[in-house]
Design a binder for this molecule. Structure first.
Ligand SMILES: [Zn+2]
Ligand SMILES: [Zn+2]
Length: 302
């Protein structure tokens, strides 16, 4: 059963279908396995394009849940090489061939993405040999952001990469997603970052990661303090929001220790007036003249 929870954020005149694009959170989790929050992945689509941003654990399962057979997903963008953002690529690629995907899939990522893709294809060489004796199968065509020209075409969804600040990861990116005058910014994994802030000023939607912990847990855990330094704390998030003032902010990839989402929202809302919500898996958003949020929650008929 599909349940739609409908929330209209900004109401104005009815938009033409071709002016509306959609994004669906396939996974909103972290490296920690959680059946309710699979690995990070965001599906962006309009009538002619389907694009994935990150491809974490279970992306193929979520695509299957929403009835997507991958055949129209032509591009995948990878924010960085922490495994939680890329572990779903082999599954996606092999399953796409099982379902006879005709076209190759273009994968864009940080430097090293080419080797990463080639290694995946080499790792599964035996499976391909058994299944596709005629060698006709869809491939991963990968190139780094440095070799990709950014183009703006108002009729198409365009994805522009920018570096963020993910601590020891020297090759980590966020994205600006543009379509028909609308801007969505995806922070990627990052601590507070000038580049994210500059890109997110007055964005329609800011999708941002967050880290929060109880004082007791973080005081007693050195490793967690190191983790925190590469992510965005609540205080830093409030600073980002005050500097950027997006129309809607969606928190995802939430690393929460001894606190819950309501605790985080309470502190943020005491300090910032704008719309801030947490993402959940299968939350889907139509973006046009208005922003409509609904949940494609097909799990257990909930
Ligand atoms: Zn991550
Ligand atoms: Zn990371």
């Amino acid at each position: 059963m599909i349940k739609y929870i409908f929330i209209a954020f900004f109401v104005s005149s009815v938009a033409k279908a071709s002016d509306v694009f959609n994004m669906t959170f396939l996974g909103t989790g972290t490296p920690r396995p959680n059946i309710e929050k699979l690995g990070p992945s965001l599906l962006i689509q309009n009538q002619n394009q389907q694009i994935l941003i990150d491809i974490g654990r279970g992306t193929s399962l979520r695509l299957s849940q929403i009835g997507n057979d991958y055949s129209n997903i032509k591009e995948i963008y990878i924010s960085h090489f922490h495994f939680d953002h890329i572990i779903g690529l082999a599954d996606f690629w092999l399953t796409s061939n099982l379902w006879q995907k005709k076209l190759d899939t273009f994968v864009y990522g940080p430097t090293g993405v080419n080797a990463f893709c080639n290694n995946i294809m080499e790792t599964y060489r035996m499976d391909l040999k058994y299944r596709y004796k005629n060698k006709k199968y869809s491939k991963l065509i990968c190139s780094s952001f440095k070799n990709k020209k950014s183009t703006y075409d108002d009729e198409k969804i365009s994805i522009h990469s920018f570096t963020n600040d993910h601590g020891h990861i020297d090759n980590s990116y966020g994205f600006k997603i543009k379509f028909k005058g609308k801007n969505i910014v995806y922070s990627g994994d990052t601590t507070i970052s000038e580049n994210v802030i500059n890109n997110a000023k007055d964005a329609d939607i800011l999708i941002h990661e967050i880290f929060a912990s109880s004082k007791k847990i973080i005081k007693n855990n050195k490793k967690l303090r190191e983790v925190a330094s590469t992510h965005t704390t609540i205080d830093q998030m409030i600073s980002v929001l005050k500097q950027t003032n997006p129309k809607l902010t969606i928190l995802t990839h939430a690393l929460l220790f001894g606190v819950n989402e309501n605790d985080v929202l309470k502190v943020i809302k005491e300090n910032y007036n704008g719309n801030v919500i947490f993402a959940k898996d299968l939350m889907s958003i139509d973006i046009g003249k208005e922003i409509n949020i609904f949940n494609l929650d097909v799990m257990n008929g909930k």
